[in-house]
Design a protein around this ligand. Structure first.
Ligand SMILES: [Zn+2]
Length: 86
């Protein structure tokens, strides 16, 4: 798992989940509403668990394209494997 993968999965979850949720509410399709809600919830949970600085382990806020960690100031490597830090 890398920061780049976490970011992609987060945007994918919200990008697919939000339109499904809207379709579910406007089009009165219960399956789409719950699937959309589930995808958005999964994206937020994934973000909360894995969107962390590989150096200090603190949460990286909402700037998904930051070059430096807002907490410790370390340069972020989006391709670094996060396994050793969790
Ligand atoms: Zn940091």
């Amino acid at each position: 798992m890398t920061l780049r993968l976490v970011r992609r999965l987060f945007f994918l979850g919200l990008g697919v989940g939000a339109p499904l949720f809207l379709y579910g509410t406007i089009g009165d399709a219960g399956w789409a509403l719950w699937l959309g809600l589930g995808l958005m919830a999964a994206a937020l949970i994934l973000d909360g668990i894995f969107w962390r600085c590989p150096c200090c382990g603190k949460y990286l806020d909402r700037n998904f394209f930051a070059s430096y960690c807002p907490r410790c100031g370390e340069e972020l490597d989006y391709d670094q494997d996060l396994r050793g830090f969790l």
